[in-house]
Design a protein around this ligand. Structure first.
Ligand code: ME8
Length: 520
């Protein structure tokens, strides 16, 4: 027996200072869709998400609300968990960076860097953006002298810091990128990182004096300092993987469990805003402690609202849960996955959301209603024993396209291919005219073939849409008389003859455009 393939997929851990919005939902749903594809393909998946709970940003937000930082984090971690439950996210582990296991792992990691002479003490002078928790040089700020990521004001800091010798790993990092062309995807992002690496790489400040920031994890070799929040946050992937057993992590010990753990991650999914931290800081830190780097980093694009960036201060943040309460979980997932080509930016508009919802209702939902009700009306709900007649090439094409799109991480293309199959089946109904076949007893065999063909296509669609429309495909599987949503392989082989199909309410009920008003 061959070994079962494993996939360790991660989302960023989101700052526990703000509410989940569609940007967070996008990355998390994308990861969920890939996790579900892999599980459907028989792979053993470990899907990690969580919250980033230390640092200045959290401390400031807690102070603003007049609560302790941990109280804020407790509330926000629950909010994220609830959001993910309501959006159908099948995560295996929700990590919080205030957990003891994580603190111990960070401590062991930093101690090991120290023992390997990868850290030195120095003075940091430069600019800091609290919102992004990033250090910037004079050059990074550009002409308007604001944070290059969020455009907010930056503060000047000058303080004693510990530095990681990141510059030592520059050549090794460039080689890693060049030797593994798909390590950073899409290509455009890889090229950005390569061009960034044409300049000499500086060392990385990894600490903050407690006199200024106390909300963090102590450095094991200097208790007057806490770890820089990005270093703390990135290590979450390792904590959850189980690669380090902190109870044994003195010196080289405790790092032996890597082979037994989930490390290295197969894919870190992130937005393009945090690609540098994931593809420069993180791999060099791992090289510094002598651990393997992640296998792949996918940096997706940015959701904007209409023409403007989504931001709390502009008051145009789209709430995925409001959309979900009006249109259902699957509608939100479908919109986000279908509308944004992986890697590119996309603009959220209520009109596009409605158009994508109509596609679900009018193409997929309508096909399911028509097919199941005709089988009920003409054949008492039983799938006739007949060869399929038509749509074979379309089925093969959809399966082939979806599989290859997923391999290339083109999730939007995979679902476009699935929807094209549903569209072709609707055209097939128009062409075969089962209602006319039903009127003519001499066409009974043709009618059997039409209905058997439709039943077969519905099973394949159920499997193809499952990773995105998880709730409704579960419902469809029940209506098709199946015991659960089939895998792609099973769906193709499924013999539907004699199965009793149920009808029911429309899978995607029609919505009135004014419902949209409730979501903004
Ligand atoms: O950066 N469009 O957390 P964060 C698309 N804690 N994706 C978006 C988005 C948008 N408009 N807005 C946010 C952090 N995202 C750190 C991460 S990881 C070790 C630490 C998504 O709460 C996208 O995935 O600011 C982005 O990278 C992430 O949320 C940033 O979330």
């Amino acid at each position: 027996m061959g070994t079962i393939e494993r996939r360790f997929l991660t989302t960023p851990i989101y700052y526990a200072s703000g509410e989940p919005h569609i940007g967070h939902a996008y990355t998390t749903i994308l990861t969920d869709v890939l996790a579900r594809f892999h599980r459907q393909d028989g792979k053993d998946v470990f899907f990690l998400t969580g919250t980033d709970e230390h640092g200045q940003k959290i401390q400031d937000e807690a102070e603003k609300r007049g609560v302790e930082p941990i109280e804020l984090c407790d509330v926000m971690a629950e909010r994220f968990k609830q959001a993910w439950d309501r959006l159908g996210i099948s995560y295996d582990r929700f990590i919080r960076t205030t957990e003891d296991q994580h603190k111990a792992t960070v401590t062991a990691f930093l101690q090991r860097l120290w023992d390997r002479d990868q850290i030195y003490e120095g003075t940091y002078s430069g600019w800091y953006c609290v919102s992004d928790e990033r250090y910037w040089t004079e050059k990074d700020l550009g002409e308007d002298r604001t944070c290059p990521i969020c455009g907010r004001e930056v503060t000047y800091v000058e303080e004693k810091n510990y530095f990681f010798k990141m510059s030592e790993w520059q050549d090794a990092l460039v080689k890693q990128i060049q030797d593994n062309p798909d390590w950073i995807v899409p290509e455009i992002r890889k090229n950005e990182i390569l061009s960034f690496l044409k300049q000499p790489l500086g060392d990385l400040s990894i600490s903050r004096p407690k006199s200024r920031l106390s909300w963090g994890i102590d450095l094991p070799f200097d208790r007057d300092h806490v770890a820089y929040v990005w270093v703390d946050a990135l290590i979450n992937y390792l904590t959850a993987s189980g690669a380090i057993d902190p109870s044994r992590a003195d010196g080289e010990q405790g790092f032996e469990d890597v082979a037994l753990s989930w490390w290295p991650a197969d894919m870190h999914l992130v937005g393009k805003d945090i690609l540098t931290t994931h593809s420069v800081y993180w791999p060099t830190l791992l090289m510094g402690v002598g651990l393997p780097v992640p296998r792949q980093i996918l940096a997706h694009g940015w959701w904007v609202v209409g023409e403007t960036k989504m931001s709390k201060s502009l008051g145009n943040v789209v709430d995925p849960l409001m959309l979900r309460d009006t249109f259902g979980t699957d509608a939100v997932r479908w919109y986000l996955m279908r509308e944004m080509p992986t890697g590119a930016d996309a603009s959220y508009t209520p009109e596009r959301f409605l158009a994508r919802y109509d596609e679900l209702a009018n193409v997929l939902g309508n096909l399911v209603s028509r097919s199941t009700s005709m089988i009920n009306k003409y054949r008492a709900g039983l799938v006739p024993d007949a060869a399929s007649n038509g749509l074979d090439p379309e089925v093969d094409h959809a399966l082939e396209s979806a599989r290859s799109a997923i391999e290339r991480l083109k999730v939007h293309d995979a679902f476009a291919a699935a929807m094209d199959l549903a569209r072709a089946a609707n055209v097939y109904i128009e062409e075969r005219k089962p209602w006319a076949q039903a009127k003519d007893p001499e066409l009974a065999t043709e009618l059997d073939e039409t209905l058997a063909t439709l039943a077969r296509v519905l099973v394949v669609l159920c499997a193809l849409f499952q990773p995105v429309a998880t709730e409704k495909m579960h419902e469809l599987a029940l209506r098709l008389g199946l015991d659960g949503v089939p895998t792609l392989e099973k769906a193709v082989a499924e013999d539907m003859t004699g199965k009793r199909l149920a009808t029911g309410d429309p899978l995607f009920p029609r919505v009135h455009p004014e419902w949209m008003d409730k979501t903004t």
